[in-house]
Ligand binder design. Structure first.
Ligand SMILES: [Ca+2]
Ligand SMILES: [Ca+2]
Ligand SMILES: [Ca+2]
Length: 339
């Protein structure tokens, strides 16, 4: 069969699960087709793909001699949207700096540590740029290791990321981590589900002694999807009295997901309204309970908290932007429908 996008007809890279034998095959990304040789019988297939509703097709009868064709159209669940990004060039509101956990935002100095164990801190952040900033435990040149004898977990906690209308949320960050095995020292990553903090990663029974930047991807959908109070936090401690390592170095933290399955509002128009205001209007979208209006001075901008101008309740489909005081500058708008 062939797996395509229900609205565009484009091929989809999908996982096709043969439920009855618990085995996944994948479509060819170029054309969306998949093949599987099976014994005659009745089967159930489950089709999954990032950004699409899962499709389950039951009672597929396979007979001897002639192929059974199962073509599937999958429905998009929305637009891939960046919810949060931090390269630590500026303070976005993480809390937990200082103290015995020595959480710091700044330049890592390649500190060799206070004992002979473990690789040093990095000297560069993950993405070369003007600031060279990361967050980490003790970024100093003179030391660089986390402290011995930490009697609790010291957390650094992200600002709130509003994932109220986002699904399939993913976390992606870069780390340079040194921590002794969990018989002695501990490092954690937790995600807040709106009620409690859930451990999504912790060090295991092998010492981690990284000497390069490594990407770490975590599916946080169980904690973040639909959660207006989503946050993450990194922890160091408890530690024992010997053998310290460089601890966490963290950079380029990104959280993204699929926002709203509603179609984009059509006929978005911007008109002069009075002398120093613009009227932005759009067509109503059936099923929308509200609209989010975004503004930027550049045309190809990301929608997200940084560019959100206002949220208006349906049935309102117009907004007067009187904050554009300098009409010599271009303003670009995007509108999304939400429910
Ligand atoms: Ca950085
Ligand atoms: Ca360090
Ligand atoms: Ca130790």
């Amino acid at each position: 069969g062939v797996v395509t996008d229900a609205s565009t007809g484009d091929p989809i890279t999908a996982a096709v699960r043969l439920n009855d034998i618990g085995y996944d095959i994948y479509t060819d990304p170029a054309v969306g087709d998949y093949y599987r040789i099976l014994l005659p019988g009745t089967y159930t297939l489950t089709f999954t793909a990032p950004g699409y509703q899962t499709e389950v097709i039951e009672n597929i009868v396979v007979t001897s001699g002639s192929p059974t064709v199962v073509n599937v159209q999958m429905t998009s669940i929305g637009t891939l949207t960046e919810i949060f990004f931090d390269d630590f060039s500026s303070d976005l509101g993480w809390t937990g700096y200082g103290g015995a956990g020595e959480w710091t935002r700044g330049n890592p100095m390649g500190g060799p540590g206070d004992d002979t164990h473990g690789e040093p801190d990095p000297t560069q952040d993950h993405t070369a740029g003007a600031d060279n900033n990361v967050i980490g435990n003790d970024l100093t040149a003179a030391d660089g290791d986390y402290e011995a004898n930490l009697t609790q977990i010291y957390w650094i906690t992200s600002p709130v990321m509003d994932c109220s209308d986002v699904i399939q949320v993913q976390l992606d960050y870069w780390r340079w981590l040194g921590v002794e095995r969990n018989l002695y020292d501990h490092a954690y990553l937790q995600a807040y589900n709106g009620t409690s903090w859930i451990t999504r990663w912790e060090n295991g029974s092998t010492t981690i002694d990284e000497d390069s930047w490594n990407q770490h991807l975590i599916d946080v959908s169980a904690q973040a999807d639909g959660n207006p109070q989503f946050r993450i936090r990194f922890g160091i401690g408890m530690t024992d009295n010997g053998w310290q390592y460089c601890g966490w170095n963290i950079d380029d933290v990104r959280v993204y997901g699929y926002q709203s399955g509603l179609p984009a509002p059509a006929s978005v128009e911007v008109q002069l309204s009075g002398t120093n205001s613009l009227s932005i209007s759009w067509d109503p979208v059936p099923g929308a309970t509200h609209y989010k209006l975004y503004r930027s001075t550049s045309p190809d901008f990301e929608i997200g908290p940084a560019t959100l101008l206002i949220e208006v309740e349906s049935p309102q489909t117009e907004y007067i932007d009187s904050a554009v005081l300098d009409l010599t500058q271009k303003a670009f708008y995007k509108v999304t429908a939400r429910n």
